[in-house]
Design a protein around this ligand. Sequence first.
Ligand code: SAM
Ligand code: SF4
Length: 343
Amino acid sequence: MDQVAPLIDPFARPITYLRVSVTDRCDFRCVYCMAEHMQFLPKADLLTLEELDRLCSAFVGLGVRKLRITGGEPLVRRGIMGFFRAMSRHLGAGLDELTLTTNGSQLARHAAALADCGVRRVNVSLDTLNPDRFAAITRWGRLPQVMEGIAAARAAGLRVKINTVALKGVNEAELFDLVRWCGDEGHDLTFIEVMPMGDLGLDAVGGAGDGGRLDQYWPLSDLRARLAERFDLIDLTERSGGPARYVRLAQTGQKIGFITPLTHNFCESCNRVRVTCTGELFMCLGQEDNADLRAPLRASPDDTALRQTIRAAIARKPRGHDFDYSRQRVSGQMSRHMSHTGG
Ligand code: SAM
Ligand code: SF4
């Protein structure tokens, strides 16, 4: 009985989308995401792959239809392909979509196996097409490796969506190059407004001023207005239940997304929750309230307590989130890193 009643939050929103961070580790050190000498969590704190399987399977049993694997960099977790293989058993049996967000560095190795596990689409984060700028933003990443990964994904039949963090004075001048490249390659493209998390220090990359992330903040309203100077933008009504809004470029037919997490414009249709690599369930990206799922997972091989904890948490899902740069600076709220929560 418990397994069939779907998860509905207090605002009558069905929870059908789960994002799970499978590791806090990464082979890149993007300046807006991680410190260069990042202290990672002790391995024992992380959910094992078996625990991740139980957890994700419990959510699928409770009505989750879309599962996105993220991190940190999900493809650097040892044994992760076994996990994808295991999750693929739910496709067509509760789960509609199994997907991942990746920096692309390991895609050349894994794209074919991912496709074989029923993955159809992959989000690849790429902020620039300039090799030097790429190295500066990601610190440890190299552009050709990611380009090979993207090519391998396409060769394996995966659809690729490029996620680009909009950074004022950094990739601003590349706006139309990125749009053209995605159009030529057939990738969807979504811009993300930089969020007040982690430490940003892009001055070396060409950001102006000395104020860190606030100087690189490039409102997507501005980016959109720039696009509109060259293209006719057709607003698309389709919503993902998440923070993305979409337009189509009349001249090329391309779909462009805008993720503006600092605004409240998507909360009313929010259908998603997140689990960190240590098993904390966050009901809202912008709020700190969370539920510990690792304790019930480790307390018993039976999932009854796990499901009860999930239900109790969903009953506390807030109406909406509350990002505010000014408050950030005062109180340091929302200090948790995207690599921990899973972006
Ligand atoms: N490592 C993978 C990747 O980079 O795609 C998955 C995890 S990463 C945390 C997920 C997404 O979060 C990426 O698209 C990244 O650009 C984005 N991200 C990280 N820090 C961010 C920030 N401070 N503001 C906005 N987006 C951020
Ligand atoms: Fe790694 Fe992704 Fe964070 Fe970059 S954004 S440091 S690739 S987790």
